[in-house]
Design a protein around this ligand. Structure first.
Ligand code: F7E
Length: 344
């Protein structure tokens, strides 16, 4: 049977890497993304042109997970055997400013998608839901496993918790092959520039190219479990190849601070970074030029931070044979070098 994937949020980081993986594995790929006044398909444009040249099926549609009609139209056109849902308001800090909008996309949107699959009676269609470590929020244990109780700490996390449970409920009630991938932070040169890792590499590359503005960051001591997005999409695909649907944690199991990320990235970029002062007065200076290249700006502090989010991916490793390939050090280097090249 021909494998046909439908990817919502296809123009984002994960959508673009997964598209490449699926086209290489012989899938027809259909993707949905929202219209915006600025062209936002740059991550998939090259792949689209290459697919066209090779005569592969790669169709793009404008649509929105908040618009049931558009979902029904795309599902009826593509008749997917696998659906990957990446459509999301994915910025945790912004979810405090737009809690209702975040809930409509991240919670109700998932319900709309599940209902569309149920109403079309796509009995064999397998579904991947982009779930998140933010479900654990004020984590009750460290590292977290699939059995750790949830305690989200943001409107983003709460909306994703609804999505997690509705996916599980549709699996149990309607026997759908619906899966939650509980992914910890995953980054790459394709990461949006308002997430901290990419903000760091993008800004340092600009400073290296002559920009005079220091990089302004929030909590330098915030810690995250950062993996490589390209490693993680492989795992999403593996989840849908299993006979039984399930929920899996995907993580590296290692915590690093924002400060460590900055230090490693600055080193790769050729700065000799030294810290001076503390709290909101702390700055990072390049010893070679004497210039301040990092400043702290309380504007980027979160109202509340989650607590030590670090995942135990033993279940994924044992059941799916998955192993992350790229270390934290490699990840920083890949991202920093890609941004330096962008500004050459
Ligand atoms: O923040 C701190 C900030 O925005 C990471 C999303 O993919 O992963 C992502 O959510 C940490 C936080 O990612 C700045 O306070 C310091 O502690 O890169 P982030 P996130 O909030 O962890 C999870 C798993 C998801 O599911 C989300 O969709 O970095 N931080 N200074 C900063 N963060 C930002 N954005 N900007 C700063 O200037």
């Amino acid at each position: 049977m021909k494998k046909v994937a439908l990817i919502t949020g296809i123009a984002g980081q994960d959508g673009s890497y997964l598209t490449e993986l699926l086209l290489n594995r012989g899938y027809d790929v259909h993707g949905v993304d929202r219209r915006s006044s600025l062209f936002n398909r740059s991550r998939i444009e090259k792949t689209r042109r290459e697919a066209q040249k090779k005569g592969l099926v790669f169709e793009l549609y404008y649509g929105d997970i908040c618009d049931a009609g558009s979902l029904y139209r795309v599902i009826s056109k593509s008749k997917p055997t696998e659906i990957y849902n990446f459509a999301s308001q994915s910025h945790v800090a912004i979810s405090f400013d737009e809690p209702e909008h975040t809930t409509d996309i991240n919670a109700n949107g998932v319900l709309r998608l599940l209902e569309a699959v149920r109403n079309f009676e796509l009995k064999d269609c397998r579904i991947y839901q982009a779930s998140t470590s933010e479900l654990f929020g004020n984590a009750l244990e460290t590292p977290q496993t699939e059995k750790t109780p949830f305690h989200p700490r943001s409107p983003y996390g709460v909306a994703k918790l609804y999505a997690y449970w509705i996916v599980k409920n549709y699996r149990e009630h309607y026997a759908m092959h619906a899966n939650n991938g509980i992914l910890y932070n995953h980054e790459s040169p394709r990461r949006g520039e308002n997430f901290v890792t990419r903000k760091i590499t993008y800004s340092l590359a600009k400073i290296k190219a002559g920009d005079d503005h220091a990089l302004e960051l929030g909590n330098l001591d915030a810690q995250r479990d950062w993996g490589y997005a390209k490693d993680y999409v492989e795992m999403m695909w593996l989840m849908l190849q299993q006979e039984k649907a399930d929920d899996y944690i995907i993580a590296t199991g290692k915590l690093h601070t924002v400060r460590e990320f900055v230090e490693k990235a600055a080193h790769v970029a050729g700065f000799d970074l030294v810290w001076e002062g503390d709290g909101t007065k702390e700055v990072g200076r390049d010893k070679l030029t004497g210039k301040i290249i990092i400043k702290v700006n309380p504007k980027f502090y979160r109202p509340i931070e989650p607590h030590l989010l670090v995942g135990d991916a033993t279940k994924a490793k044992d059941k799916l044979g998955w192993q992350p390939k790229v270390s934290f050090e490699n990840l920083v280097e890949i991202m920093m070098k890609a941004d330096i090249e962008r500004f050459l």
